[in-house]
Design a binder for this molecule. Structure first.
Ligand SMILES: [Zn+2]
Length: 294
């Protein structure tokens, strides 16, 4: 039992490294969506997610990161994929890769419309999301319940991740991709982990996800209509422009950067904006998915 408990702690610690926004952020996004979906969607979610809800499933893709993968369709030479494969995915063919939780934009902040450049794999959660949403629209009622829950949780989760600044990869302008350390006062941390999890402790001591959800959910109906305009790819470009200041801190070649202790405060408005926008857009996506479902 003890060993099992330790294993669970180990799994949680791995998944914490992977998760954009971590459970607090993902749950807050799902809560905002829950507060804005139509009553029809609410009913349908109750029916199809028996015994659970979108807040609870919002972090599943982090928990099951290495179990849930899909065929990326070619022998991939991206070193990052290969490195991970060696340690985590020995049993799998080289064509398999966990669902991507991040996406890549070009120098004009436009989302790549493919996930392969020559032999190099380009992370593209937006294309994955596009596919998942279409698949759910077409097959939701006939899918097996496990697959349906998995795909719904991927949609809920990836809409959250696409709004997390460090899950946007700017190629070619910021090749470090958030892999550097920062100091805030005396505390050293990775900037990715700051945005994944530590930010919530800086922004609201002792708060839980519902506190963040109600703090972020401040837009008027007219503002919400503006935020949900366009499609996934438009939203991803808007996010990339909005999140760039969180990346573009100082000299891009340095591995360690000292940020003043005001950094979390200067990012507060961006963090709340991203939570809020993710929640409204997720509500829109779920309403669209269930619009045709009987
Ligand atoms: Zn994630």
């Amino acid at each position: 039992m003890k060993k099992f408990a330790l294993f669970i702690v180990f799994l949680i610690s791995i998944s914490a490294q992977l998760s954009a926004w971590n459970a607090v952020g993902h749950s807050a996004v799902a809560q905002i969506a829950e507060d804005h979906i139509s009553s029809k969607t609410k009913k349908a979610l109750k029916k199809y997610l028996k015994g659970t809800d979108i807040v609870q499933i919002s972090s599943y893709p982090d928990v099951h990161y290495y179990e849930w993968y899909r065929d990326i369709g070619w022998k991939c030479s991206n070193p990052e994929v290969l490195r991970r494969k060696e340690s985590q995915m020995d049993a799998l063919e080289t064509n398999f890769e966990p669902w991507s939780h991040s996406y890549t934009v070009d120098s004009l902040f436009n989302v790549y419309r493919h996930n392969r450049e020559g032999d190099v794999y380009i992370r593209n959660a937006i294309m994955d999301l596009d596919w998942l949403i279409r698949n759910l629209k077409e097959n939701l009622t006939t899918m097996n319940p496990e697959e349906r829950e998995k795909e719904l949780s991927l949609v809920v989760h990836l809409i959250g991740d696409m709004h997390c600044p460090m899950h946007i990869l700017y190629v070619p302008q910021a090749p470090t991709g958030g892999k550097y350390s920062i100091y805030i006062g005396e505390q050293k941390m990775n900037i990715h982990s700051f945005w994944d999890s530590r930010i919530w402790k800086f922004l609201g001591k002792g708060w839980d996800y519902s506190d963040f959800a109600s703090e972020a959910d401040t837009a008027s109906p007219a503002e919400i209509a503006e935020i949900v305009k366009g499609d996934l790819f438009d939203w991803a470009s808007v996010n990339a422009k909005a999140a760039w200041p969180a990346h573009h801190l100082t000299d891009a070649s340095r591995k360690e950067r000292e940020l003043d202790s005001y950094y979390p405060d200067t990012m507060r408005a961006l963090a709340y904006q991203q939570l809020r926008n993710a929640g409204y857009r997720l509500a829109k996506v779920l309403d669209d998915i269930f619009a045709e479902v009987k």
